[in-house]
Design a protein around this ligand. Structure first.
Ligand SMILES: Cc1ncc(COP(=O)(O)O)c(C=O)c1O
Length: 434
């Protein structure tokens, strides 16, 4: 290790002097000097296989050459907008290209900088155009950390503690395939259950005519990588239509190929009225988008919602390059194909290690829950042991789940079966040692 690297590691040791603990203490906070493709290069000189993609951001792999080139080209010409004061090609071309990959009628865009901003935009739009005050979200969902997003997020109470998010919202339970009684068909069981739960909510707590929108993650992300039956999402759509409620899909994590199609809306064959995307859109550049039909957006007059940095030209250029790479390298197909392979490899491990309770996967959005082998309870401690053990051996996984009991495997969509095998080999060694 050279002097510069040693200094850098010393600086990391004193991180608390500089960064707020809420920012600095996530797992594993690995000191990194470079990233490329599916790998991080640590300040310790080690190479790490990255099964986190910077939490579902680097869908085309870290620093894809086409993205780097697009960023360099853009910075040679224009670094900042703001749109409204000026207008530039990358934002309009990106909008056109998004129209081509989104479900029909999701064709008008408000560009921001992050997931939580895309959600704020979606909620504000729904309330504004419907002139209705309330929002329904689903228990366990995570939509961001600003106050509007927080008021619909219920994945962990610590995010809301002392904050009392100011918008009054209502919750319906997210589905959990584990709760399906033996012999029942989950497609029927959960749709019927939701119908009853919604009727109860409307009867006792809120009149549906006062509900602006329902917001849902089509696959529960932070809340535990739970994949609902298609019919459950279709039932949400049906209930919304019945009562003139707008449906928002939070595709911040599921978008841009993560579930094997461009969007989970296509994977589950349900089209929302409003969609929020971010994370995987721009290969690491900050960009978030609130998406709706032109008819809906036109009811949100000029000046009601705006931004200084949103839709930044460099980020838009990176997003355009990233979309091109997903098409050229057939990454949607890879997400489905390698995702299926990874799930089958994890299922093999599940049959060997009873600590693995279950494996969930759609495309390359994969999670496996750990349990205490004696009590069957969710085991967050075992998760931390596995994450640390894998890290030690050069593989990065991430966690999720309300009790931190789920390990998420979200590699870049460029990942190969060989790289999956490399990671699974390490995971197997670690599971055998805990
Ligand atoms: C489903 C979902 N929605 C919203 C957000 C918030 O995004 P951001 O952290 O970019 O604000 C996240 C972040 O993890 C997310 O997973």
């Amino acid at each position: 290790m050279n002097n510069k690297e040693q200094d850098w590691l010393k600086l990391v040791d004193s991180i608390g002097n500089y960064l707020a603990p809420s920012m600095a203490k996530d797992h594993p906070n690995l000191p990194v000097v470079k990233a490329e493709g599916c790998y991080y290069y640590g300040a310790d000189g080690k190479k790490y296989l990255d099964f986190t993609s910077g939490i579902a951001v680097e869908n085309v792999g870290h620093r894809h050459p086409k993205v780097v080139e697009a960023i360099k080209n853009s910075t040679d010409h224009l670094i900042h907008g703001p749109s409204g004061v000026i207008i530039y090609e990358s934002i309009l071309k990106l909008a056109q290209e998004l129209q081509e990959i989104l479900p029909p009628k999701l064709d008008n865009f408000f560009f921001g900088n992050s997931g939580t901003e895309a959600i704020e935009g979606a909620l504000k739009l729904a309330k504004y155009v419907s002139k209705r005050p309330y929002v329904i979200s689903f228990t366990g969902g995570f939509h961001g950390r600003t106050v509007g997003s927080l008021s619909v997020s219920t994945s962990k109470s610590k995010y809301r503690k002392h904050l009392q998010p100011s918008w009054l919202t209502y919750q319906l339970p997210y589905t959990n395939p584990e709760d399906c009684p033996a012999g029942a068909d989950p497609e029927e069981f959960f749709a019927e259950k939701l119908e009853k739960e919604a009727a109860k909510l409307f009867r006792h707590q809120v009149d549906p005519e006062e509900v602006a929108c329902m917001i849902v993650e089509p696959v529960l992300g932070e809340g535990g990588y739970i994949i609902p039956p298609k019919s459950w999402l279709k039932k949400i759509r049906e209930i919304c239509d019945r009562h003139g409620i707008l449906l928002i899909f939070d595709e911040v994590q599921t978008g841009f190929g993560r579930t094997g199609n461009w969007f989970a809306a296509q994977t589950f064959d349900v089209t929302p009225d409003i969609m929020a995307v971010a994370k995987g859109i721009a290969a690491g550049m900050p960009l978030g988008v609130t998406i709706a039909s032109k008819e809906l957006m036109e009811q949100w007059p000029m000046g009601t919602h705006a931004t200084t940095f949103g839709g930044n030209p460099v980020a838009c250029a990176a997003a355009r390059a990233s979309i091109e790479v997903i098409k050229e390298e057939k990454l949607l197909e890879n997400s489905r194909d390698v995702g299926e392979y990874a799930v089958s490899r994890l299922e093999e491990l599940k049959s060997k290690f009873p600590v693995i309770r279950d494996v969930r996967g759609v495309g390359l959005m994969i999670g496996f829950a750990l349990q205490n082998t004696e009590t069957g309870e969710p085991d967050g401690e075992a998760v931390m042991k596995v994450l640390d053990g894998c890290l030690e051996k050069g593989v990065l996984f991430y966690l999720c789940g309300n009790a931190g009991e789920v390990i998420r495997m979200i590699p870049p969509l460029t990942v190969t079966k060989e790289q999956i095998d490399d990671g699974i080999k390490v995971l197997e060694e670690v599971l055998a040692s805990i």
